[in-house]
Design a protein around this ligand. Sequence first.
Ligand SMILES: [Zn+2]
Ligand SMILES: [Zn+2]
Length: 276
Amino acid sequence: MVFDHHVHLEHGPYTPHDYPKAWVAQYFETGRVRDVSGIGLVEHAYRFTEAKGLLPGEWSAARCRYSLQTYYSEMRHLREGFGTALGLEMDFVPEHVQQIHQFLQQFDWDFVLGSVHFLGEFGIDVKEMTPYYDQWGPETVWQRYYETSIAAVQSDLFDVITHPDLPKLYGHPKPSSQFLAHWYQQFCDALNAHNVAIEINTAGLRRPINEIYPESALLEYAYQANVPITIGSDAHEPENVGIFFEQAVALARSVGYREAWGFVNGEKRAIPFDMK
Ligand SMILES: [Zn+2]
Ligand SMILES: [Zn+2]
């Protein structure tokens, strides 16, 4: 039994105040076909007007267009019907911890994914910003990425840290494996200390790197440090729900995992892969 706890409704035919039911239903239909046991909805917080100012830069400011209240009330209703877990994908911005806390507290989320997409104004997965990779160099990019990720874990704002080696996505040179090992260890120790899960995210297979997040070396550290996992497709449209989950589960099993967290009826549970 596997849940897809990273699903965005984002690319649908929306108006700022509507989630068309026929569109949303397609996500659940794909999930059923792919044998996904449950879906965790996690719209990007930066899409909501209520999040204005929580993220740096013009890229984010231009995207605050939708109502958080509408998302919560419409999807909460859906949650009752389908057994859906309702959450958000929230960017961690170190200087805004207090405001992020207040933002998240407005509603009763089943879970919150924590993301590091930004290092200051450098959007790691924003195509136009890739010159930063060469300007900063691999060690600075990856060190700042894990310093920020560790601070995200320590903030206790999140249940899961998502796509936990994101700076690899365009295939830029990485630091040495010894350099990365130091940060993988620090990161996994923090996850363990704060009981935060790490996500296996199959979206990397749809990006230039063509590799699941995280690489198996990081997942091995996570397993050794007793860090729980969740699994997510990062689907932004219905056809990607549950995609490549055989590979995700195979990767998890290859380092020793036999279960993943699921958020069911508002409760966090460890659910064995082989449970029917
Ligand atoms: Zn993300
Ligand atoms: Zn996402």
